[in-house]
Design a protein around this ligand. Sequence first.
Ligand code: NAP
Length: 248
Amino acid sequence: MIELPLSGQTALVTGGARRIGAAIVRGLHAAGAKVIIHYHQSNTDALALAKELNQQRADSAFLVAADLQQTDLSAMMQQVLAYDKGLDIVVNNASLFYPTCLEWNEKAAQALMQVNAFAPYQLSLLAKPALEKHRGTIINLVDIHAEKPLRGYSLYSQSKAALRQQTMSLAKELAPYIRVNAVAPGAILWPEDKAALTAEQKAAMLKNIPLQRLGTAEEIAAAVLYLSTATYVTGVILPVEGGRLLVK
Ligand SMILES: NC(=O)c1ccc[n+]([C@@H]2O[C@H](COP(=O)([O-])OP(=O)(O)OC[C@H]3O[C@@H](n4cnc5c(N)ncnc54)[C@H](OP(=O)(O)O)[C@@H]3O)[C@@H](O)[C@H]2O)c1
């Protein structure tokens, strides 16, 4: 039997029911990992994804539901750790993305910072003992706009800048037993709902991407898989953005 690169490993992916999160779940699962799919509102997608993966390999996909806006995530992590013999990979993918105007908005500030920066921090700290035992790894999904802020999205950009810094900070703090890295996607899947873009905005964005197309969720999943197996890489923010950062 062929040994897959993540055979015997268990991965938690937050916001893993749909879009990029689901591609990451599928990528890690195809590489042999058991997956714990965290979700909040996407109950139907999460159930369908777990069913699909468990049909491929029995008892290889589990679900955990939690609102990452709550400030105590210890019950969620207890549930995660109860599923299997340990934890090897934590992918902090769940995120909020919407524009904010330049007036103080406590609700938006707290929600964006909590879900995008503090929840990943808390989950990483809660997972630390388990990850240390397995010489595990943390992968955060940041954004190219953590480095170059996106106009109209100041709080979102700040929250991702915090997560970017958190990645480098934890890489130092958690070495030598736990590696911590991030993927910084460019434009991959168009945003939905209150962040949806007009056709003109989409065309303007595509014009600024040297590779002249959106990336795919699978290309982000491939970067996550690379970082999960790159045993001498830590503290790295890996841009996957079609050259977007080269353009002003
Ligand atoms: N899409 C892009 O082009 C792009 C570009 C740059 C960076 N990124 C980053 O890549 C990652 C994935 O992107 P995406 O577009 O696939 O993300 P997304 O669809 O905007 O969000 C992913 C998931 O986050 C979860 N989430 C949001 N609020 C939550 C809360 N309070 N509690 C628990 N879960 C919550 C949702 O889970 P439920 O649906 O289960 O509620 C959602 O499905 C994100 O970190 C994003 O910032 C994406």
